[in-house]
Design a protein around this ligand. Structure first.
Ligand SMILES: Nc1ncnc2c1ncn2[C@@H]1O[C@H](COP(=O)(O)OP(=O)(O)OP(=O)(O)O)[C@@H](O)[C@H]1O
Length: 744
């Protein structure tokens, strides 16, 4: 059996290759649809081929059967039938070709549709993207948009080309469809004619059996033989064609399978490329989105920056305006300042000129002042000398609490003015004149102000003595030493001394040393030495060649500051208290002497001045009644009286300018020998109680002081009083700094 099969056209592969082009840039689902359509198309083609093949085989079978019969009967008409069959065979082959073409054309149509769909989808997406991106104004995306637009244009171009191809294919399809219809009809006609011929042959054959008409004719036999020969040849040819057809069919089958594989590969490739293209597109889209976002962020930042900068610029503009205004103001100020500066320079020159003049004047004044100071000092000392070098201040203490509470709180001693004190005693009203009378309300500071000048005298090389005289409890210790809250003359003098020394440090070097003595029962006790039995007995009062008194064996403490001096002073007082307790003696029954020796060396000349400040808190001056007193008390009272009398005698002798001064009558006067008389300056405080019950003792104290100064209310002494009053007025004027001519 020979099989004849239609062969597919050679350009089928090229047509199939179109899928690849169409598949590029197509979504996977689109590609799947495309593949499905393509497969359907192939299946349909194969089914058609199969149908045609079956029909062909049936025809072949019929033909072989007819050939056998012709061989047998030699029918001439079979040749024309065979020719018709050949034509029909060719027509079928052409139809097969057309069908293959149709299959390809269908695929192209589908592909075209798919491409159109893809294009429309792409366009939609592009439009969407364009819309989104144009809204977001990406500066950098402009290129991307342009590129996508170009792609779109290209896709549209390819779509147009495909549309043209589609149109051409459609027209070809319609032609082929017409052609297919024609062979089909021809085939039907042929089929019918063959059926008729076959039935005729069958009828003739049946007649042959029963002696066919004309077979015995040799011409007929000859023709039949020729026809049989021809049929045999044709059959061989047909068989050969069938075998060729089979070969071709195999080849086409192989080709189809190759093409299918290729299609599959292409599909895979296409799918891959499609995926890759999608991924690329997505990546690009993502990249573009990121770029867009970045651009947006950048834009937002820039906008914020711009706004900030705008604000800054506004602020700076305002600041600039303000600064300009300030600058103008400053320029104006500068101008005025320059003017002012010039004025000031002129004024400064004038002032400098004036200053130079003033400096000259000042120098002259300073010289004058120094001269005046020296003169004043001289006059002051002259006044002091005129006053007898001994000054007596009277201080009336206030009534104590207990005195105020007592019935006998009457005040009998009252200060009438700064210099006058009146005492209303049993002896009547008596008035006493002093260099100064301090009333009870006048405090330690006021008292010290009037003693201040004497401290300077000590530094000037004078021997200065300040002592307090009075009955027990009249305020001697309060005046000389004071209390913790109200320091007296001693601590104030210590401080003042070092203040003055510090003030003259540039010109002078001051060396200070001190010793403290207690004189009890005409016996000296070294207060800066711890109390230890007989050691004190070795203390001896000596005078050097220049007449300066010192206590041999006394503890002398060098001090360099007021605090050191105060410390030594406190130490001496503590020792005095300890010694008094040890001897069972009241401190008020002994004299206390604080001696401060000063050596002042001039740094310019090297001159050395030696001064001395002696502070004395005398023992109570009251009389002791002989009847009620013990032997010790009497001894004590005698010693005190003796020393106080000796002091009075010395001062009196000095005041009366006696040629003999009885210093040696007591250790007290011996100790004070260089501090009373000579160029010494002496200040005696007479402390009195204002209370009536002390009136007698007060009277005695005041009389003692009067004797010292020879100041009494005695009329015969008035001339003295007048002189003293005149001198006082001179002192007051000098203190106020009035011209010395007036004071003289
Ligand atoms: N001017 C004064 N103002 C205030 N109080 C004073 C004044 N004078 C003395 N007194 C007080 O009177 C009391 C007796 O004074 P003070 O001890 O000084 O007397 P005195 O004369 O030193 O006695 P003695 O001889 O016993 O030492 C003390 O309590 C003292 O504080």
């Amino acid at each position: 059996m020979v099989e004849s099969r239609p062969s597919p056209p050679d350009d089928d592969a090229d047509e199939g290759g179109g899928i690849e082009g169409g598949g590029r840039g197509v979504k996977p689902e689109d590609a799947a649809i495309l593949l499905h359509l393509e497969r359907c198309s192939h299946r349909q083609t194969r089914r058609t081929l199969h149908d045609w093949k079956e029909k062909y085989e049936a025809l072949q079978q019929q033909l072989s059967q007819k050939a056998i019969k012709l061989d047998e009967v030699g029918v001439r008409t079979v040749g024309s039938d065979l020719e018709s069959l050949h034509i029909e065979q060719e027509t079928i082959l052409n139809s097969l070709e057309s069908l293959n073409s149709i299959a390809s054309s269908d695929r192209l149509v589908d592909e075209l549709k798919l491409r159109e769909m893809t294009i429309s989808q792409l366009r939609m997406r592009v439009l969407q993207l364009e819309k989104d991106r144009l809204d977001k104004v990406p500066f950098d995306a402009a290129k991307e948009i342009t590129r996508l637009n170009n792609n779109l244009i290209q896709l549209e171009k390819s779509r147009d080309e495909l549309s043209i191809q589609n149109f051409a294919l459609k027209s070809r399809l319609s032609d082929l469809t017409t052609k297919i219809h024609d062979p089909a009809a021809t085939y039907q006609i042929n089929k019918d004619s063959i059926s008729l011929k076959e039935s005729a042959l069958l009828h003739n054959g049946k007649t042959e059996h029963g002696k066919v008409k004309g077979v015995d004719d040799p011409d007929v036999v000859k023709v039949l033989r020729k026809a049989t020969y021809k049929v045999t040849n044709d059959t061989q040819k047909l068989r050969q064609l069938c075998s060729e057809f089979d070969l071709k069919e195999e080849e086409y089958k192989k080709r189809i399978s190759d093409l299918e594989t290729e299609v599959k590969n292409l599909q895979n490739e296409s799918s891959k490329q499609h995926d890759k293209a999608i991924r690329e597109m997505e990546n690009r889209l993502e990249l573009t989105t990121q770029k867009l976002e970045a651009a947006e962020r950048y834009l937002t930042n820039k906008e914020e920056e711009y706004n900030m900068l705008k604000l800054d610029i506004d602020t700076l503009n305002e600041e600039n305006k303000r600064l300009k205004a300030n600058l103008n103001e400053m320029i104006l100020k500068e101008k005025s300042l320059v003017q002012e500066h010039e004025e000031r320079t002129t004024r400064q020159a004038l002032l400098e000129e004036r200053f130079a003049k003033l400096m000259d004047e000042n120098r002259v004044l300073a010289e004058d002042f120094n001269r005046e100071r020296i003169l004043r000092k001289k006059y002051y000392n002259q006044v002091e000398e005129m006053k007898g070098k001994i000054r007596v201040f009277c201080r009336v203490r206030p009534l104590s609490e207990s005195e105020r509470e007592r019935e006998s709180s009457d005040v009998v001693a009252t200060a009438e003015d700064e210099f006058t004190l009146s005492l209303n005693s049993q002896r009547g009203l008596k008035t006493f004149l002093f260099d100064r009378v301090f009333q009870p309300h006048e405090d330690q500071d006021m008292v010290f102000q009037d003693t201040n000048a004497l401290i300077q005298s000590a530094l000037d090389g004078f021997n200065v003595t300040i002592m307090a005289y009075g009955q027990t409890g009249s305020g001697k210790t309060y005046t000389m030493l004071g209390t913790e809250g109200n320091p007296g003359i001693a601590p104030r003098a210590f401080q003042r001394l070092f203040q003055l020394a510090e003030g003259s440090r540039a010109r002078h070097e001051v060396h200070v040393c001190t010793y403290m003595m207690e004189l009890y029962n005409d016996k000296l006790i070294d207060l800066l030495k711890p109390v230890s039995g007989t050691e004190n007995e070795r203390l001896e009062i000596k005078r050097d060649k220049k007449g300066s008194v010192h206590v041999q064996g006394a503890t002398v403490r060098n001090v360099s500051s007021s605090s050191e001096l105060c410390q030594a002073f406190e130490e001496g007082l503590t020792n005095r208290h300890t010694a008094s307790t040890k001897m069972n003696v009241e401190s008020s029954r002994s004299h206390l002497l604080i001696v401060i020796c000063l050596t002042v060396t001039s740094k310019q000349t090297g001159n050395v001045l030696k001064g001395k400040l002696t502070l004395v808190d005398l023992a109570g001056s009251e009389r002791v009644s002989k009847s009620g007193a013990s032997a010790d008390q009497l001894k004590e009272a005698n010693s005190i009286n003796k020393s106080l009398s000796a002091l009075g005698d010395v001062i009196y002798a000095l005041s009366s300018e006696s040629t003999f001064i009885p210093y040696r009558n007591s250790k007290l006067t011996m100790m004070l020998q260089d501090s009373l008389g000579g160029n010494a300056k002496t200040l005696v405080f007479v402390n009195v109680s204002p209370a009536a019950y002390n009136a007698d003792e007060t009277l005695i104290s005041l009389m003692y002081a009067s004797r010292i100064k020879q100041i009494t209310n005695n009329i015969s002494k008035n001339s003295d009083n007048k002189e003293i009053t005149r001198l006082k007025s001179i002192i007051c004027k000098l203190k106020k700094g009035e011209a010395e001519e007036e004071t003289l």
